[in-house]
Design a protein around this ligand. Structure first.
Ligand SMILES: Nc1nc2c(c(=O)[nH]1)N[C@H]1C(S)=C(S)[C@@H](COP(=O)(O)OP(=O)(O)OC[C@H]3O[C@@H](n4cnc5c(=O)[nH]c(N)nc54)[C@H](O)[C@@H]3O)O[C@H]1N2
Ligand SMILES: Nc1nc2c(c(=O)[nH]1)N[C@H]1C(S)=C(S)[C@@H](COP(=O)(O)OP(=O)(O)OC[C@H]3O[C@@H](n4cnc5c(=O)[nH]c(N)nc54)[C@H](O)[C@@H]3O)O[C@H]1N2
Ligand code: SF4
Ligand SMILES: [Mo]
Length: 752
């Protein structure tokens, strides 16, 4: 069933609405129909990113709306240590009283806020405004720091603009080559694989991943090269490059080395549209393929082959076009920004970015991972992707908010540092030591998804006040002093910004259950209780109108957009508008939006892209005698992130019930660990246990674990909270572990 009218409506029977999936940034289009008994059915809808397709998570997404343990009333922790139902007045009064007390004793920055990339633009904007104008704390950051921080830092530095894909996803269809680094699209955004059909048929898909992921398998390359980083024949199909984990930067430096030494550059483009090439050329001189091979394990001939394949596809050499794309596999690293920069340098040297049919992009992850990083939840940022240290930006936003520019705090701590800085109850009782004593969490299940998660859990337990807004009792909500039930997805109106910077409408089809309320209302009520005179509208369309004004003139300019315009556009068959969409002086000629950025100039002051020299250092926690195996982490198709939502969907749990450890049979044989046997992975942070899955699709020096579960199977008990010095991104993807059979771990029987 496909409907075309955008607004939610009731037509004698079910209420229906055209909306988008609650999960990832592909934002697949779907129609929802709600029966009077609150049963909701999902049907896919035509849209450029999903073309009528949905993945298993999308098809089953309505199950979370009716989850048996859906939060429907505020909860307060009683003197018995348990959470008990409470009224909104009671719960909000407790929060307000505690916040006032903590700020009086420890200063304004002692109350911190943690947001999420799944929040609508309206909620993300209101949260940033609440932190800066009501709490007046510098300490706000969000889970996008775990996700897009390195890509954002790299793109901002090189292009002056961070829009994950600066072109529509559908543009990929025409390319002759796509280099996909550390992204498993076939599992993380399955419908997007349609856009790779053309490049696959032309043998131009190159996937860089230490695992032969479902996406690496799409290259069509024969799977006979597991042990040596891809030593097999180089044929006319695509290529799977299987490097040592954490060495992608070396792969990229070697590719650029080949491009330079074999004269495959687009020198005209480099001269006209970039700066910094001289330094970059010198920096890759030492990375000839044979040397790179000794570090990354990828045979020199394969590196040469990939460089030539990309160059042949570039417009300068008469190809149809080429793209370089990065995902979390290369970005969630202490050298994530450097790796993104190397990917951009390679793309620029080949003359790809800012050219129709070619480019560089980072694949944004969360549903509103793009919009969520534009409207002010980031520690250093004001709405419209403005810098919080820029006096003109502060003055503009202060005027929209009706506050004095000087009252807006400065930049706060990035997420990992913020969590590390949390104070311990009782310590420094009456001091302003700069350590937050209270944390308000909106849209993140930190104790499962943050690195070195047990340390984070201990920190959260020791806070004076933990408030969690959520739709389900996540592992993090269960630790809170106050849990506030908020509306989700199909219970609210708003906007999201997809991985391509396309602004689209989320629509309500169902009334919120029980006492659940919109976060916009929660923030307005708290502001009132905290004595703020700043306006906090609760109508999403009104909040959006304010967001649009606040963003005017910023990098991510939404000032030409409104809910009404998006609705009218969609009713006329338009699939959303790409930012920037500045307001137009001529009402009859509204700005059409910007599907492709950089065609004339980059967003830097001089209009040129900046090439920046980078070099390889290696992972912060590298393999050694007592931790000889690489652990890499990531996702499976059926579960989303911390699993707070998808572990509540019976159909998904049936397929993917428990965590597991992927292990090559050669490693299994060496360690004496059989397929299916329970193992313990130990790092210097802690240990995790799960059953093994033998597969020859992973390097024999590496094990893989997804991060979707809490408790003893939570891989973030083992990951490191070391961060990238530029972006603050934690090194989720690679660390060193010892692998043993669980029973043998400490000589005693292991109780899971
Ligand atoms: N099913 C599902 N889909 C999702 C999500 C989800 O949780 N589940 N989450 C959404 C979000 S927020 C995000 S950010 C995206 C993430 O989407 P992806 O980036 O595609 O996802 P990951 O599985 O985290 O990582 C991708 C790949 O990186 C590889 N990898 C690990 N270490 C390295 C390395 O050192 N080098 C290289 N080259 N590769 C490495 C892993 O083997 C994995 O196959 O997915 C979105 N879509
Ligand atoms: N080891 C390892 N760890 C990782 C990663 C990895 O690859 N490896 N990836 C990282 C990445 S890329 C990401 S994005 C993070 C994500 O990890 P988290 O930040 O934990 O993200 P989610 O699990 O999506 O948590 C979102 C929470 O918000 C709730 N929620 C849904 N809608 C709303 C709403 O409108 N308002 C509020 N208040 N709550 C809502 C959901 O129920 C859920 O509890 O994990 C990171 N952690
Ligand atoms: S690919 Fe992403 S947006 Fe599409 S249905 Fe799956 S989870 Fe939803
Ligand atoms: Mo993410």
């Amino acid at each position: 069933m496909t409907t075309t009218t955008p607004a939610a409506r009731t037509v004698a029977g079910p209420t229906t609405a055209d909306t988008h999936c609650p999960y990832c940034a592909l934002q697949c289009a779907m129609s929802l129909a709600a029966e009077p008994d609150r049963t909701v059915t999902v049907a896919p809808r035509q849209f450029p990113t999903n073309r009528g397709g949905l993945c298993q998570k999308g098809w089953t997404s309505a199950a979370v709306l009716g989850a048996p343990d859906r939060l429907t009333t505020p909860l307060l922790r009683g003197t018995d240590g348990e959470l008990h139902p409470a009224s909104w007045d009671e719960a909000l009064d407790v929060v307000a009283r505690s916040v006032v007390g903590i700020q009086q004793t420890h200063g304004r920055d002692a109350v911190a806020v943690f947001g999420g990339g799944g929040l609508t633009n309206e909620k993300a904007y209101a949260l940033g405004k609440f932190a800066r104008t009501v709490l007046r704390t510098a300490n706000i950051d969000y889970n996008g720091r775990f996700c897009m921080a390195s890509a954002a830092a790299g793109a901002n530095r090189a292009f002056g603009v961070d829009r994950g894909l600066p072109f529509p996803l559908t543009d990929l269809a025409g390319a002759d080559a796509v280099l996909l680094l550390g992204s498993n699209l076939a599992e993380t955004m399955p419908p997007s694989v349609q856009h790779l059909t053309g490049v696959r048929s032309r043998g131009g898909l190159v996937v860089v991943d230490p695992r032969r992921s479902a996406t690496a398998a799409l290259t069509g390359e024969p799977h006979d090269v597991p042990a040596a980083g891809g030593a097999g024949p180089v044929g006319d199909q695509g290529v799977h490059v299987q490097p040592v984990p954490g060495t992608d930067l070396v792969v990229l430096l070697a590719l650029l080395h080949v491009v330079v030494t074999e004269g495959l550059l687009d020198m005209e483009f480099v001269t006209a549209r970039t700066t910094g090439f001289g330094d970059v050329r010198r920096s890759v001189a030492a990375w000839w393929p044979e040397r790179a091979e000794t570090v990354c394990g990828v045979p020199a001939e394969r590196l040469r082959h990939v460089a030539r394949l990309l160059a042949a596809a570039s417009p300068a050499r008469g190809g149809a076009g080429a793209y370089v794309l990065t995902g979390r596999g290369v970005e969630q690293s202490t050298q994530g920004t450097a790796t993104v920069t190397a990917a951009i340098n390679l793309a620029l040297a080949l003359g790809l970015p800012g050219r129709r049919g070619s480019g560089y992009g980072a694949v944004t992850g969360q549903g509103n991972g793009q919009g969520g990083r534009e409207h002010g939840q980031k520690a250093d940022q004001l709405p419209g992707y403005r810098s919080i240290t820029d006096p003109a930006a502060r003055a503009h936003v202060a005027a929209v908010w009706g506050v004095a520019p000087a009252s807006i705090p400065g930049p706060g701590r990035p997420a990992v540092e913020l969590l590390q800085s949390l104070g311990v109850r009782g310590a420094g009782a009456d001091t302003e030591d700069g350590r937050p004593r209270a944390l308000l969490v909106h849209g993140s299940n930190l104790v499962v998804s943050a690195p070195d998660a047990q340390r984070v859990e201990a920190k959260l337990r020791a806070l004076d006040l933990l408030v969690v807004c959520d739709v389900v009792p996540s592992e993090t909500a269960l630790l809170a002093d106050v849990v506030l039930p908020v509306t989700q997805w199909a219970e609210e109106e708003g906007t999201m910004t997809s991985l391509e910077g396309r602004v689209i409408r989320r629509r309500q089809v169902l009334a919120p259950p029980g006492e659940a309320r919109s976060e916009l209302w929660v923030l307005a009520e708290l502001a009132r209780r905290l004595g703020s005179t700043v306006a906090f509208p609760t109508e999403p369309a009104t909040v959006f109108a304010e967001l649009a004004r606040a963003s005017a003139g910023g990098v991510a300019d939404y000032s030409g957009l409104s809910h009404a315009r998006l609705d009218t556009d969609e009713a006329a068959g338009g699939p959303g508008l790409f930012w920037p969409v500045p307001a137009s002086d001529d009402a009859a000629a509204p700005h059409p939006g910007t599907p492709r950025l950089f065609l004339d100039r980059f967003g830097t002051p001089d209009g040129r892209a900046r090439m920046v020299a980078v070099d390889h250092v290696g992972p912060s926690d590298d393999v050694r005698a007592d931790a000889p195996v690489y652990l890499v982490t990531g996702r499976v198709l059926q579960h989303y992130q911390s699993g707070a939502q998808t572990r509540r969907v019976p159909e998904l749990v049936r397929v993917a019930a428990a965590p597991f450890v992927e292990m090559h049979p050669l490693l299994g044989a060496r360690l004496g660990i059989a397929d299916g046997e329970r193992v313990r992975l130990t790092s210097s942070r802690g240990h995790v246990e799960a059953a093994t899955r033998w597969t020859d699709r992973i390097r024999p020096d590496t094990v893989f674990m997804p991060f979707h579960w809490g408790g003893a199977g939570s891989v973030n008990r083992v990951t490191t909270d070391a961060t990238d010095p530029v972006s603050g991104m934690p090194e989720f993807k690679v660390c060193a572990v010892e692998v043993r059979r669980a029973e043998r771990a400490d000589g005693t029987e292991v109780v899971a």
